[in-house]
Design a protein around this ligand. Structure first.
Ligand code: HEM
Ligand SMILES: [Ca+2]
Length: 760
């Protein structure tokens, strides 16, 4: 197969097309493009076949290995797989063009990239990219996959879109090859950086709760997910079994970028591990289908739209629905009044007993830790609670109408909690107000259709720095608050059994993560994620920090110094120029590992910075995170507080939505968590005491009566006969007698339903 590949390249490099080189249309002619596209397609198909053949020959991951579970975090829809294939073809074509032009003209790869950009070569053949049709533009509700949010650019923010860039990439060949140091030598080993710069020093935050960290991870999963390349058989293997060594080149898939572990590694040495499996992220064609450098795919919708709950693709979204009463599917459990997440049919968990749960949700990462599964469960319950209230308020509404309205309310609550409660706490209220990131008036008119709501690739690096706030274990507390057990993260990856081990266990975990603090945001990370990530029943796991660094390189993210410039800081000419932002001892450590200040990875440099006042991040990450949350709000036509649009909430409804809080979400969706601190993302203190969930002044509730549609509307429902109207009116009158409450004894819907029932 490799032979075919070589001969194709030779074909392309034969002089028969040289006559076009001096063509006045530019350096790159149409015929050259056509030829490279043709060869690019064949070469990339050959590479994919080779990958599958390797797997068939036994080069595939061991069951129950950490690496296999790493692959369980994202799955591509058939359309996403197709886009990934096309993008390989386009990248290979770009590479072939580069080789041809550079060898013919004796120009550098960089000059070629500039010419390519100037010529702006777009592939119009529909077998590569198809334009996005705006099919949901008129809908009052968001689409599941994020399409048609933006009327002019219906593909913006969709699942499967490319990550956006705010600084030019640093692929070493300008297209897709892993970056190198300025000197041309390899960049420092990611595992060495991890052990030398990210020690395990468990420093607890004085103010922020574990819940704060957990919500952050949920928000991350709502905004983005990269997927790793797979072959037809599944995950790609890059290391020998048990991580003994890197596989020889001839057995390696071309998507492998394994992390080599130095011989003297302080942890892996004792286990004889020399290699962490790591595979490149899936890429996707650019929005304009132009030839150029690689762009990675965001497999989920980039809007903050509850996609981890509802799914980012219509097939999954449909599977998650009950198809009655607008509800999402839930599992009932004897002894518990409230539902649990439904079970996945493919087992992507590390189950120890056949009865252990393995959940299905809108996002595949749900089973990563029990505390993440708890957040999913609270939101699932919130959806069903809201749906039940809406259907009792508006008995004529169909399943579809209730589902969409409940989804709209829950998304609005997620957005409100994130923008009004979580972001200001973590990134500084005045900063966010200054940049108009958090809304202030009741309705806002800030929507700007020219702002691309897509996720910026560097935002992933900035937010990954919050891996440092992950504590090594989590606490559970019974109703007496005699909190006792500490569960090590590494004993519970991909095993959410703890969520259902008893009728009270979910409540116990919720109390625990309210009482426990998160770790400090600093360059220290627990060994639970740097040595033992996805350990399962092995003795060692993966290193998330090394993976964060390697992933930044895989995505060709510009260097820390480039981002300093993008963010308005002075570009450093020497390590010493970093003094303003990075403490001296860390500058010393950086200068001992990196050859040049221009080599520093964004993830590493950003995390080394001192925090900005009022924020948990330093200036560079603060700027990138602000940029992202600005785009996520201003570029979302359906953002919850947008006014004067056909789908806008009424002022009465919006006033209610703005009462949502993390504390109320917990109160309304647990059985026995009766006291919660008002600011659930902060630790309980004299300034932030616990209140009873029935204290509606302290922890206000969202009164859904604002969603009750007047009965008169019935007369405008087209197609209803006189008899049907009479029957409905009779039913409404019957409801008002409250007899039905006794007869049908509806489920306990919590305080909100009590107040609304009173008005029925
Ligand atoms: C126990 C807690 C957590 C675990 C086990 C975990 C694990 C992971 C893993 C395995 C990846 C993918 C690594 C890769 O292949 O490149 C990842 C990515 C990421 N994580 Fe975490 N994480 C945790 C908490 C958090 C938190 C608290 C945040 C932020 C507030 C966060 C932000 C991110 C981001 C932004 C990415 C990149 C996502 C992507 O590109 O798909 N994580 N995390
Ligand atoms: Ca989303």
């Amino acid at each position: 197969m490799l032979a075919t590949a070589t001969s194709l390249v030779k074909d392309l490099l034969t002089p028969n097309s040289l006559e076009y080189l001096n063509d006045e249309r530019g350096l790159i002619t149409k015929e050259m493009v056509k030829e490279s596209l043709k060869c690019g397609r064949e070469l990339s198909r050959a590479a994919s076949k080779r990958g599958t053949q390797l797997a068939k020959n036994g080069v595939c991951l061991d069951a129950s290995s950490p690496a296999l579970f790493h692959f369980f975090s994202a799955k591509l829809s058939p359309e996403a797989r197709k886009s990934a294939e096309v993008s390989h073809e386009l990248l290979t074509a770009t590479k072939l063009l580069q080789m041809k032009v550079c060898s013919s003209y004796d120009i550098t790869p960089n000059t070629f990239m500039t010419c390519l950009e100037d010529q702006d070569i777009r592939v119009t053949d529909l077998s590569y990219c198809k334009p996005y049709k705006a099919s949901y533009i008129k809908s009052k509700y968001r689409s599941i996959d994020g399409t048609s949010n933006n009327v002019k650019h219906p593909g913006w923010g969709r699942a499967g879109a490319p990550f956006s860039r705010i600084a030019a990439p640093r692929y070493s060949d300008g297209i897709y090859a892993m970056p190198l140091a300025v000197s041309g030598r390899p960049l420092p080993n990611p595992r060495t950086l991890s052990t030398q710069l990210f020690a395990d020093r468990p420093i607890a935050s004085r103010t922020l709760s574990y819940m704060n960290m957990q919500w952050g991870q949920f928000v991350t999963h709502d905004l983005l997910s990269q997927a790793m390349e797979v072959n037809d058989e599944g995950g790609i293997q890059c290391c020998y079994g048990k991580g003994r060594d890197v596989l020889p080149q001839e057995w390696q898939n071309d998507k492998c970028i394994p992390i080599c572990i130095p011989e003297d590694d302080p942890f892996y040495k004792q286990h004889g591990v020399r290699c962490i499996n790591f595979v490149r992220s899936v890429t996707t064609p650019r929005d304009d289908c132009s030839l150029g450098y690689a762009e990675q795919m965001n497999t989920v919708t980039s809007f903050l739209d509850g996609s981890p709950l509802y799914g980012s693709d219509p097939a999954l979204a449909s599977k998650l629905r009950e198809r009655s009463g607008g509800r999402l599917k839930e599992k009932t459990k004897p002894g518990s009044k409230r539902g649990f997440l439904p079970m996945a049919d493919t087992k992507t968990c590390d189950l120890r007993n056949a009865s252990d749960p393995c959940y299905l949700a809108g996002d595949r990462r749900v089973n990563q830790t029990p505390t993440l599964a708890v957040i999913h469960t609270l939101l699932l319950r919130e959806h069903n609670r809201v749906a039940d209230i809406l259907s009792s308020l508006n008995p004529l509404w169909t399943d579809e109408k209730i589902y969409q309205e409940a989804r709209k309310i829950v998304i609005a609550e997620i957005q409100h909690i994130t923008y009004q409660e979580w972001l200001p706490l973590n990134f500084g209220e005045s900063y966010l107000r200054y940049y108009r990131i958090v809304p202030s008036a009741l309705h806002s008119r800030d929507y700007n259709p020219d702002v691309n709501p897509g996720v910026v690739g560097s935002f992933a690096a900035a937010f990954r720095s919050l891996h440092s706030v992950v504590p090594d274990s989590f606490l559970t507390c019974p109703a007496t608050y005699h909190c006792a057990y500490m569960y090590k993260l590494s004993d519970h990856y991909f095993n959410p059994a703890l969520v259902e081990s008893s009728c009270e266990s979910l409540d116990d975990i919720v109390r625990g993560i309210l009482m426990q603090s998160s770790a400090e945001s600093d360059p220290y990370c627990t060994r639970e994620i740097t040595n033992l990530l996805f350990k399962l029943n092995n003795q060692w796991g993966m290193d998330l920090v090394a993976m964060d660094i390697q992933r930044g390189r895989d995505h060709g993210l510009a260097s820390y110094n480039d981002y300093r410039e993008t963010c308005g800081l002075k570009r450093a000419k020497s390590f010493q120029d970093l003094t303003g932002e990075i403490p001296q001892d860390r500058i010393n450590a950086l200068s001992q590992i990196y050859e040049s200040v221009d080599d520093i990875d964004l993830f590493v440099g950003g995390i080394m910075e001192k925090s900005v006042k009022g924020s948990i991040l330093g200036p560079t990450f603060q700027c990138i995170v602000a940029e992202q949350f600005y785009r996520t709000r201003i570029g979302d036509r359906f953002f919850y507080d947008n006014g004067e649009m056909p789908h806008s909430f009424t002022p009465e409804q919006l006033k209610e939505i703005k009462k949502a809080s993390m504390a109320r979400l917990i109160c309304d969706n647990t059985d026995g968590v009766s006291y919660v601190q008002r600011k659930a993302f902060e630790m309980e203190s004299a300034h932030n005491p616990k209140y009873s969930c029935t204290d509606y002044d302290a922890i206000p509730f969202v009164d859904l009566t604002a969603w009750k549609r007047p009965i008169l509307e019935l007369f405008f429902v087209p197609g209803l006969s006189f008899v049907q109207r009479e029957l409905i009116l009779f039913w409404k009158a019957f409801q008002e007698t409250e007899l039905w409450i006794k007869w049908f004894s509806p489920p306990d819907l919590g305080p909100t339903s009590l107040s609304t029932n009173g008005l029925l």
